[in-house]
Design a protein around this ligand. Structure first.
Ligand code: NAP
Length: 483
């Protein structure tokens, strides 16, 4: 028997799963995609300046290397184009149910009853039987809108960075940007170029390091395409640099001070005004929040038409943003306020064995063995699940490890029945994770999207990525119970 598999999401993770199934000759799967196109986060985040700060030669599938990247850090359209290319090349579009959202899934003792309906409608729902559910909804798919008094009264145009209003021309306008994370750092320079005046509301400064972008000329692209092993070696070099230099900086290792020095040197080189520099200097260790990798952010903040306001926002009025220093009148507000990152899998209602609810089980923070398997939820597998995010390397590497693990699981669940991670394996996993977490920089000293309101780090993987690969490559057999 080949298992019937429901994949939720057609972003980097869901597409990877579908392609690996196709490669294995398994076609008994369907991909549910709430939007009308593939791409996930790379479809949703189309704000001006959007791109990846991990070089694309690494931030791409190992089985679909691509010599045609036009630069080291290409923009969002090119990354989305790559995903569309993969969906076409491996012919997985035919299996994707676009504009269809999964609302709930329940384990019935043998498999999963998956209920879906047309996105955004209260229309008729459809329930189908699958053996396996692979949830590939990502960690950063639901925009976080802050709760600020008076937001609803604003008379101008307001939108979140992941829902950019491309029909709204910013030329000459007075714009407010709230938030200064990785997204805002990318779109602020573009907004500053167009706006008449830009006020950036920064609650907490970020550590920023340069982004060594460079164009790949047709000659370099040809070399990467034709010279045997060159692209592979380049990919390997980027991976090793991230693992060998950036990871130790987050784990209290040899490069911790180096990262700080590099970020401070970047700030001093790009910002001459000591007052602005002081505002932009963080008081927590680098890496505690995701380090911003960008060379255009600071110069944008030094433009004559840009102000950085660090007073606390007290409310939004019909005319603008009010802080302790008064009202900042604007006609556009862009919320670069991040995502509901710790609410994994919300708003899907998942019911496991004996009627247990996933969101109830995770009320103090999401957890899963390898970030993939959840006790009490047989044959449910997660991609980019709890504790699999990285602050230093390519998440696509992690996704491939997870897909690899799931592929290893399939023969077991086919021959032995529904598989569920053993409680003692889960307990040991949690203990090891907690121990490894102690030495990581993101535990104390800052607020970040890596943590729940209670301070538990539910998003990040605390180890080196080769270790994760080793753990996900082991035979899954003994880790699970069956039936
Ligand atoms: P984020 O890092 O969570 O940043 C949100 C920003 O909004 C922070 O500056 C935060 O301030 C601010 N904020 C939130 N609520 C606020 C409030 N009520 N009042 C004032 N300010 C508020 O979100 P993001 O910039 O969208 O980035 C999320 C993640 O997406 C990144 O860390 C990264 O992993 C990923 N990303 C990656 C790339 C890439 O190139 N690979 C690009 C963009 C995004 P506080 O810091 O004080 O909380």
């Amino acid at each position: 028997m080949t298992p019937r598999i429901a994949i939720i999401g057609a972003g980097f993770g869901g597409l990877c799963m579908a392609i690996r199934l196709e490669k294995a000759g398994i076609t008994s799967y369907a991909v549910f995609e709430k939007a009308e196109a593939v791409g996930g986060t790379w479809r949703d985040n189309s704000y001006p300046g959007a791109g990846c700060d991990i070089p694309s030669h690494l931030y791409s599938y190992s089985f679909e290397k691509y010599a045609s990247w036009t630069r080291r850090y290409p923009g969002q359209p090119e990354i989305l184009g790559y995903l569309e290319h993969c969906a076409d090349k491996y012919d997985v579009r035919r299996k994707i149910r676009f504009a269809t959202e999964v609302t709930d899934a329940a384990f019935d003792g043998a498999g999963w009853r998956v209920t879906s309906r047309e996105t955004g409608t209260a229309g008729a729902s459809r329930t189908e039987q699958y053996d396996v559910v692979v949830a590939a909804v990502g960690q950063l798919n639901r925009p976080h809108m802050p709760e600020i008094e008076g937001m609803g009264d604003f008379e101008g145009v307001a939108f979140h960075s992941a829902r950019w209003d491309h029909g709204h021309d910013l030329s000459g306008r007075r714009v407010a940007v709230i938030g200064t994370g990785s997204s805002a750092a990318q779109f602020i320079p573009k907004v500053a170029e167009r706006a008449g005046h830009l006020t950036v509301f920064q609650r907490t400064p970020n550590w920023v390091i340069p982004k060594p972008d460079a164009e790949f000329t047709p000659f370099v692209q040809s070399a990467l395409h034709f010279v045997p092993g060159l692209q592979r070696a380049y990919r390997e070099w980027i991976y090793r640099y991230a693992e060998g230099t950036l990871y130790p900086a987050l784990a209290g290792g040899w490069s911790t001070q180096l990262l700080k020095k590099r970020a401070l040197a970047h700030l001093h080189t790009q910002v001459a005004d000591p007052g602005l520099r002081a505002k932009l200097t963080p008081d927590y260790p680098p890496g505690c929040k995701r380090v911003v990798i960008d060379s255009r952010f600071y110069p944008a903040l030094t433009r004559p038409n840009v102000d950085v306001v660090t007073d606390r926002i007290t409310r939004i009025t019909p005319k603008g943003v009010e802080t302790g220093s008064g009202l900042h009148e604007v006609d556009t507000i862009v919320y670069g306020t991040g995502f509901l990152s710790t609410e994994f899998l919300a708003p899907i209602d998942l019911t496991g064995r004996d009627g247990r609810k996933l969101h109830e089980q995770w009320k103090d923070g999401a957890e899963a063995y390898l970030g993939i398997a959840v006790p009490g939820f047989p044959n449910l597998f997660l991609l980019y699940g709890p504790n699999t995010n990285l602050g230093h390397n390519s998440i696509v590497f992690m996704l491939e490890c997870q897909v690899d693990h799931i592929m290893r699981c399939l023969p077991y669940l086919v021959s032995r029945g529904p598989m569920e991670v053993r409680p003692q394996v889960m307990a040991a996993w949690t203990e090891q994770l907690e121990r490894a977490m102690e030495r990581m920089v993101w535990g104390n000293g800052c607020r970040s999207w890596y943590k729940t309101a209670g301070g538990r780090v539910t998003n990040n993987w605390p180890g080196p990525t080769p270790l994760y690969k080793r753990l996900t490559s082991r035979s899954p057999g003994p880790m699970y119970k069956y039936g």
